[in-house]
Design a protein around this ligand. Structure first.
Ligand SMILES: Nc1ncnc2c1ncn2[C@@H]1O[C@H](COP(=O)(O)OP(=O)(O)OP(=O)(O)O)[C@@H](O)[C@H]1O
Length: 251
């Protein structure tokens, strides 16, 4: 039976008079891939910040594995197994790829040896092992995004929130990022994904939550969302809708 891992209950976040999140509620069950979509400025990153402890919401509650984590600090939330990447990647540029991942591993590892073992496993999984001695500053955008995921993975999370991990990648790199998401999910990691590349997330999401102007306007299976008139009008446009109908016909 579906077991809620993340519960977002009536989150409201304001910046002065601007309501960036307006009473948003949804649940992510253990083992699911859920995507959060919506137009620019809809409030997706703000919601990520409220869930992961970078902002304290104005009102509402966030529960992780049944525990109230509202207003807790990001490192406390990471410690209990929920962590996130950033839209603008933040690797420590003057450190090697290996050391970047090692810093994540120390969240849980008690010894350097244990941290190194975790770091090496994560580097293999994310296909960065051969680049482990490179400075993070010298990586391509795609590898920097991969490193961002590797650093988060090294904290051994139960759930990862990915904020536009595929933006700026080419088709091959997007395909690799999608494969990595599926691989992590198969290993038991629950995923909440913010992404604008519908072709990448529609096929892998169990459910999709749609925000528009701070409010949740829809929630459902990828098929329900692709055919939801309000979502098409607010965000997807006729282009994706027509395209997905076309590909359904081909199947
Ligand atoms: N720190 C801040 N101070 C003031 N206003 C902010 C702040 N962060 C976000 N906003 C505003 O809140 C609203 C929601 O922004 P947010 O970045 O959460 O949207 P988004 O859905 O993530 O957009 P995008 O898809 O472009 O990343 C926008 O109107 C934005 O200008």
């Amino acid at each position: 039976m579906a077991r809620p891992l993340l519960e977002v209950n009536g989150i409201t976040m304001k910046f002065g008079s601007l309501v960036a999140n307006d009473n948003v509620s949804f649940v992510v069950n253990e083992g699911e891939i859920v995507s959060l979509i919506g137009p620019n400025g809809a409030g997706k990153t703000t919601l990520f910040n409220c869930i992961s402890g970078f902002y304290k919401p104005f009102s509402g509650k966030v529960l992780f594995d049944g525990k109230d984590i509202t207003g807790k600090k990001p490192h406390q939330i990471a410690k209990i197994g929920l962590t996130r990447t950033f839209q603008i990647v933040k690797p420590l540029l003057d450190m090697t790829v290996f050391d970047n991942v090692l810093t994540g591993a120390f969240l849980r590892a008690k010894t350097r040896k244990e941290a190194e073992k975790i770091a090496n496993e994560v580097l293999e999984l994310t296909h960065l092992y051969d680049k482990r001695f490179m400075l993070a500053a010298n990586l391509t955008i795609a590898d920097k995004k991969r490193l961002e995921i590797a650093r988060v993975l090294a904290t051994q999370p139960r759930m990862i929130m990915l904020d536009e991990a595929m933006a700026g990648l080419n088709q091959t790199e997007i395909k690799e990022a999608v494969e990595l998401c599926l691989k992590l999910n198969q290993q038991g990691i629950t995923l909440l994904i913010v992404e604008h590349i519908m072709e990448a997330i529609m096929p892998i999401s169990n459910r999709i939550v749609v925000l528009n102007a701070g409010k949740k306007i829809a929630e459902g299976s990828p098929e329900e969302i692709a055919n939801n008139e309000e979502v098409i009008k607010a965000y997807l446009g006729e282009r994706y809708h027509a395209k997905s109908k076309e590909s359904n016909r081909r199947v």
